[in-house]
Design a protein. Sequence first.
Length: 220
Amino acid sequence: MGYTLNFSAVWRSFDLLLEGLALSLGLAFVSIAIGCVLGLVTAFGLLSKSGGFRHPARIYVTVIRNTPILVLVLFAFFALPQLGVKLGKIESFVFTLSIYSGAYLAEVFRGGLLSVPHGLREAGLAIGLSEMQIRSSVIMPLMLRNVLPSLSSTLISLFKDTSLAAAIAVPELTFEARKINVETFRVIETWMVASCLYVATCSVLAALLRQLERRMSIPR
């Protein structure tokens, strides 16, 4: 017997999918904001001449980048409470995704910092700027322009990674889709709609980020 598509059951619960989508976006934006701070600090650590900063930064990046994110999610939710660190479902996932994104963004920022000409530092010192002023007013703006395409890709990737939050029952888009699927048995329809929401959202994010890249690009 052939399968007949019927989207009515999915449309009745479409508001739940939209709520899950909103939560997914929130998780991604909060995580990448925290991850940017972690990544930037780690990037400076990776480039530090002091082994006390460089070695811990290198260990952090190596361990996190070589561990599957799902393992990190499950460890943070199930193992950390055994060590006395108790977090809610959403807080636990944001913590994990922030740590995960920080490790990847550290390499992005490191490459961006290396792309800034060394002569700019000497020029800044020559006109009387402090090291902090050179980093905040000269190096950082140029570095951010250089890494914006990679930063955009990381944000979109993180948004898609929020689907793993369903593993610990965070009510994001994938969790809500799975719930509708179980309740209605409309497997194809549910995942078709969820997939379309993911594709549409990623496409909008990509278009907005490309527009931001064009605005921040250095005129040639």
